[in-house]
Ligand binder design. Structure first.
Ligand SMILES: Cc1ncc(COP(=O)(O)O)c(C=O)c1O
Length: 408
């Protein structure tokens, strides 16, 4: 068992009380190591930002802050949250459908770069900037044809979507920008896909961005040197032993910067899932085991209202069984051995499934199920108050021993 897992198991042991357990555990020490490693492996002209939407819990942001260059926010709520807790951190602001109040707050709170999604948004921004007597610094978010770069299961571009601008609108947009000095263009933003599991395909995607940005700079004679390549690096939930090969990616990336003549550009990542997924665990205690039409169902405390990731991504989430010996009842303990099971939660919907057709050696009522890779797009994308079940505990394991863990 790896040492990180031992720390998590020990925290769970301490959290187990009389009630069946349901909790999120975040290993902040592991998160810190991971973020520091990512940052150190990137070339000098690259910056690592964190896409706060993946997990905006304060202990997560505080752990990341020393190891990243700033935060990417996608709403006025995220902007206020980050600025409130990190008065001096660089913030960048993207996403479609920004309100006037959000654009005004971005100007007021010193957002470093706004990622503009359309000419309509730019017109409103210019109007707001003029009336506040400020200048706005922007990147244009562009949706590109992908040519022959393979797509993933979650693509935001390369086809018709609501994200970014169609490149055919760029000339009109640049003409308009030339007449509006209250908006300063610094470069381009691309986030065309998430869930990337293949380092070589990701390099091919970034090469596509680089060539396009360079070509536009030359074609339109632009004084820009900034490119945001988005996030998008995925977690392999289906085959956890085959994760994205970051060492191969970072080596290939340094080579790509040279071969594509990108040394004079500022290249920025805004990563979400790959940054925080691995530090988080969701744990549920088994409440019931039943058979129906020849299938075994394991019912845990909690469900997709806490941990929507498997349903949102359409996968069967991997899990470990942590056997528990406590059995207070005067009747036999239900169990299932050497079988395939469906793990469900407490909701009154057949969609409340966390794992399906999962092989188990033995699982008993009262055992704990531990779901790894639950630190990103997990609690924060879930419909917490459906059925008004209590929220799970949130336990943050700091660099100290688990006994010092902060609970929320
Ligand atoms: C504009 C933008 N940037 C960054 C991200 C983070 O992506 P990921 O979590 O795949 O790294 C997202 C996610 O949706 C996004 O929309």
């Amino acid at each position: 068992m790896n040492p990180e897992f031992t720390r998590v198991a020990e925290a769970i042991r301490l959290a187990c009380k009389d009630e069946p357990l349901c909790a999120y555990i975040y290993d902040l020490q592991a998160l810190e190591r991971h973020a520091a490693g990512l940052d150190a492996s990137l070339p000098d002209n690259c910056e690592l930002f964190y896409a706060v939407k993946a997990n905006s819990d304060l202990p997560i942001l505080q752990t990341l802050a020393p190891h990243i260059q700033g935060f990417e926010v996608a709403s006025g709520g995220e902007l206020a949250w980050v600025r409130n807790h990190f008065p001096n951190a660089p913030i960048i602001f993207g996403g479609p459908g920004k309100l006037d109040t959000e654009l005004a707050a971005a100007l007021e709170l010193g957002v470093e770069l706004l990622h503009a999604e359309s000419l309509g948004e730019l017109r409103r921004l210019a109007w707001l900037a003029r009336s506040a007597d400020r200048q706005a610094d922007i990147l244009l978010r562009i949706n590109l044809a992908l040519d022959d770069v393979p797509t993933t299961t979650l693509t935001m571009g390369g086809r018709a979507t609501q994200f970014g601008m169609d490149p055919s609108q760029l000339p009109e947009c640049l003409t308009w920008l030339a007449q509006h000095p209250e908006i300063r263009l610094h470069g381009f933003h691309f986030h065309l896909m998430s869930h990337q599991l293949d380092a070589n395909v990701h390099l091919a995607l970034l090469a596509r961005y680089f060539r396009q940005a360079r070509q536009w700079r030359e074609q339109f004679g632009l004084a820009v040197n900034h490119i945001n390549v988005g996030g998008g690096i995925g977690i392999n939930y289906r085959e956890p032993d085959r994760q994205f090969d970051w060492p191969a990616f970072s080596t290939g990336f340094a080579t790509l910067i040279k071969s594509e003549n990108m040394a004079d550009w500022r290249i920025r990542f805004e990563m979400g899932r790959y940054m925080t997924a691995a530090c988080g665990y969701y744990v549920m205690q088994v409440l019931d085991i039943k058979q129906c039409f020849g299938h075994h169902f394991v019912v845990g405390r909690g469900g997709t209202h806490h941990f929507r990731t498997p349903y949102a991504q359409g996968h069967s989430h991997p899990f470990f069984i942590l056997p528990q010996e406590r059995w207070p009842y005067p009747f036999p303990r239900p169990e299932v051995k050497q079988a395939r099971v469906t793990v469900v939660g407490q909701l009154c919907t057949p969609k409340d499934i966390l794992a399906s057709d999962a092989p188990v050696e033995r699982v008993r009522v009262g055992d704990l199920l531990l779901f790894p890779y639950a630190g990103a797009y997990a609690w924060h994308i879930s419909h917490h108050d459906f059925l008004r079940h209590p929220h799970p505990q949130h336990i943050y394991l700091s660099a100290q021993e688990p006994a010092h863990a902060a609970s929320q």
